[in-house]
Design a protein around this ligand. Structure first.
Ligand SMILES: [Zn+2]
Length: 242
């Protein structure tokens, strides 16, 4: 953490084009949260790191998804201090910023309270890896992170501590909801969509009876195949699951 307590005065000129592109991407990706029914009211947010800068682009707080525009997105530094924007950033900004500070490989972060995933979080129960699509995407169970109150570093620390060294790009924060990460914001949104999808399917399976585990060696094979065969640069293709 820097000793400098003042936020940068402005987005550097060298990053202006990138920030403009990310404002549009992050704004558009919020529509995906609505389309996949991951959010109610304003409770979900997407952010993107500005590559090469200590900056990120994130949703403003309390604005209806229908009213989000590229111009209304907020640029903050990686301590959550506003650098560009007229509104307050999302109330989850501190958690996003903490993840970017501590996980340099992460370029996008998403937070939702999507229904089925949050139901697993309410029980503090990992979603067990009982579907091949889960092995592909998550490489195992979707883990549970600690209970933490909003608005300070504990949420960010819980995300980082849980996902560091873990294959899963999503964590169920206990009693709360999902945080997902990706190489870029779109990948993080995909992880949030897939997390809710498998949380729903495994929930339904559980209602009807016991689930059948997948041999860990097969999980490893599925994960390696999916990540290697389909692990192309983000946005270059659409992945097929085994
Ligand atoms: Zn939340």
């Amino acid at each position: 953490m820097s000793a400098d307590v003042s936020a940068p005065a402005a987005v550097p000129a060298r990053a202006a084009g990138t920030v403009a592109t990310l404002r549009r991407q992050v704004s558009d990706l919020h529509a995906e949260l609505v389309r996949y029914q991951l959010v109610a009211w304003t409770a979900g947010n997407v952010s993107a790191r500005v590559p090469g800068e200590d900056l990120m682009v994130i949703k403003p707080s309390g604005v209806s998804y229908d009213d989000l525009t590229p111009e209304s997105m907020i640029v903050t530094d990686l301590h959550g201090r506003v650098v560009e924007g007229d509104l307050s950033p999302s109330s989850d900004t501190a958690a996003h910023a903490y993840v970017y500070r501590h996980m340099p490989e992460v370029g996008g972060v998403v937070h939702t309270h999507s229904t089925y995933a949050a139901a697993w979080a309410a029980r503090a129960e990992p979603v067990p890896c009982v579907l091949t699509a889960m092995a592909d995407e998550f490489g195992g169970d979707i883990p549970v992170g600690p209970f933490a109150l909003i608005g300070d570093d504990p949420i960010g620390r819980g995300i980082v501590d849980t996902l560091t060294g873990h294959r899963s790009p999503a964590v169920l924060m206990q009693n709360h909801g999902v945080f997902s990460i990706g190489a870029d914001a779109r990948a993080a949104v995909k992880a949030a969509v897939m997390c809710e999808d498998v949380a729903r399917t495994v929930h339904l399976a559980r209602v009807l009876g016991p689930t059948v585990p997948i041999d860990p060696a097969d999980i490893d094979r599925l994960y390696a195949r999916y990540q290697n065969v389909y692990g192309q640069p983000a946005g270059s293709h659409e992945e097929d699951h085994a």
